[in-house]
Write a protein that binds this ligand. Structure first.
Ligand code: ZN
Length: 69
């Protein structure tokens, strides 16, 4: 008789999974965290909710630096 090998349950693609993304200001290096859902890119709205301004792919300014610019 074989003992069943312990195996991680398969990931359910229909299940929502969230990851914490760190956004770092390109100017003053201040960082803020936001949650991205289902591995999607952090949207401009998500960035704004975290107090950051998105201006490119994985490029952010904090609210303060965005105002100075
Ligand atoms: Zn900044």
């Amino acid at each position: 008789m074989e003992a069943p090998a312990p195996r991680a349950p398969p990931l359910d693609p229909s299940k929502c999974h969230s990851t914490v993304e760190t956004m770092r200001c390109s100017r003053c290096a201040m960082s803020a965290e936001t949650v991205s859902h289902n591995g999607r890119d952090v949207s401009a709205d998500d960035a704004r909710a975290g107090g950051m301004v998105k201006f490119g792919h994985n490029l952010y300014y904090c609210d303060r630096c965005a105002k100075i610019l």
